[in-house]
Design a protein around this ligand. Structure first.
Ligand code: ADP
Length: 487
């Protein structure tokens, strides 16, 4: 076999293989393309025929195939042209189809987005004709009838027309009457490119904000009401304040009057007592002198108390200057208690003073005396006849402790704090009605604060009370006071 025959045989085998492959490949396979399988097989078949003819010719086998070889070659060219043309067309058709599908998908997605938007969206023109409306907008659009396009409903139409003619525009709040009902909308319009349309068009997006406007209105109403209420209450408070100011001024005047009314007769009593003690009207016996001394001491104490009560009522108790002078504490207590013995005796109450030791102190004797007097007076007042009141003095290393103890009616623990407040009294069933005004302990507290002394109470109902005044002292000052006093 020469070289040409070998090449022809190889070509024949190749073409045969290709033919088998094409015929075995399913018609829908992409590599071949539907509809091209058989034209291609026919073209290859022609090549097989030509190769076979060549092989036989070169092999010297005389078969009358040569005569048909030219036909085969003539047929081959249009077949190949057909295949090439078809292949291009098939590809173009496939590309066009997939582009159409992609556009359809995008359109569906877009429609879905526009349709599910919470706002109404429509494409409208300046005559109120609607070319597109999403589902939210459809209830504001009349259905198209024969020959008449969709229109924005009567209520909304003027707003739509206005939005389209003034687009681009944004209207935050627009009143619209729909079926005689007042509704509020927010609208915005974006002009659409003319694109040969006969009238101006725009995309109009709108939202029914009636509920929001109603709640804004309600809030506004509420705010106005609140302002009116605040104004009214402020007016009332101002009026009350004026009344209180007037009452306060009246109270001040009353206090000044009381002060005058109480002081004048007291000063007369003290003045005449003084004259009698000087024996200007005549000589006194010892008992008369003793009694008149009581009158004088009590009168002075009363004057001091009137001043204190007035000070507390005016709100400046204890603000007076603190006088400091050395005193013998035991002696000072005895002087305070002596005038109270008469009152205690009248009530059949034993008043005693347990003061085994004493100390010299620099203090304001009047203020301290007023504290002890108030406590002892209360003790006598709130103890049943037959009871006892004891004023004790205990001298410690750096403090002197004065206790006023009684076995009277006692004080409920719940009341023990508030009795030190001004005008606070314990009023309860089966309890002695207090005869005072509830200022005694408030004055004591105020005076102790001014003097730097502690004041506390221990008491139990039915078991009596003990009021304790703690007087801290500087040992050196007390000693020197003691020396000065002795000198
Ligand atoms: P007043 O004696 O004028 O009522 P106070 O301020 O002195 O006012 O006393 C306030 C209240 O404390 C009294 O009304 C009384 O109920 C109670 N109180 C004060 N001292 C005693 C006491 N020793 N025993 C029982 N209750 C007392």
């Amino acid at each position: 076999m020469n070289a040409i025959t070998f090449v022809d045989a190889l070509a024949l085998l190749g073409y045969l293989g290709a033919l088998i492959l094409i015929l075995a490949t399913p018609g829908r396979a992409r590599s071949v393309g539907s509809g091209l399988k058989y034209p291609l097989a026919a073209a290859i078949g022609l090549l097989v025929f030509v190769s076979l003819s060549n092989v036989l010719e070169h092999a010297g086998v005389s078969v009358a195939l040569d005569a048909y070889e030219d036909y085969a070659e003539v047929l081959f060219v249009p077949l190949v042209a057909y295949i090439l043309f078809s292949r291009t067309t098939v590809e173009q058709l496939a590309a066009a189809k997939s582009a159409r599908e992609a556009t359809r998908r995008e359109h569906a997605l877009l429609m879905n987005v526009v349709d599910t938007a919470p706002s109404g969206v429509m494409v409208a023109d300046e005559d109120g004709r609607v070319w597109f409306a999403n589902s939210e907008a459809r209830s504001f659009v009349s259905a198209p009838t024969a020959g008449v396009s969709m229109m924005a409903t009567e209520g909304l139409r003027p707003a739509v027309v206005r939005a389209v003619t003034t687009a681009p525009v944004r209207m935050a709040r627009m009143r619209v009457d729909i079926d005689g009902e007042e509704r509020w909308f927010s609208l915005s319009a974006t002009p659409l490119a003319a694109d040969g349309a006969s009238s101006r068009q725009a995309v109009v997006a709108f939202q029914d904000i009636s509920a929001q406007v109603a709640s804004d209105h309600e809030l506004e109403q509420y705010r106005e009401d609140l302002e009116k209420q605040v104004d009214r209450r402020t007016g009332e408070l101002l009026a009350l304040n004026r009344q209180l100011q007037t009452a306060n001024e009246t109270g001040q005047r009353l206090l000044a009057n009381i002060s005058h009314e109480l002081r004048t007769p007291l000063n007369s009593i003290l003045g005449f007592t003084e004259i009698m003690l000087r024996e200007t009207p005549g000589q006194l016996n010892d008992e008369q002198r003793r009694q008149l001394n009581f009158v004088q001491t009590s009168g002075r104490q009363l004057l001091g108390m009137v001043d204190s009560v007035l000070e507390v009522a005016r709100g400046d108790a204890g603000r007076g200057a603190v006088a400091g002078a050395p005193i013998d504490l035991r002696e000072s207590l005895a002087q305070v208690i002596a005038p109270l013995e008469v009152i205690a005796a009248e009530r059949n109450i034993t008043l005693s003073c347990s003061c085994p030791e004493t100390v010299m102190l620099v203090t304001d004797a009047d203020k301290l005396g007023q504290v002890v007097r108030n406590l002892a007076t209360n003790a006598i007042k709130f103890t049943e006849p037959g009871g006892s009141v004891d004023v004790e003095l205990e001298i410690g290393a750096d403090e002197a402790v004065v206790r006023v103890a009684d076995d009277g009616i006692g004080i409920d623990p719940g009341d023990q704090e508030r009795i030190f407040e001004a005008f606070e009294q314990v009023v309860s069933e089966g309890r002695l009605r207090p005869s005072g005004v509830g200022l005694g302990l408030a004055i004591c507290k105020e005076l102790c604060d001014v003097l730097g002394y502690g004041l506390e109470v221990q008491s139990a109902p039915g078991e009596g009370s003990t009021f304790t005044v703690r007087i801290p002292y500087d040992v050196e000052t007390a000693d020197s006071a003691s020396r000065e006093d002795l000198a």
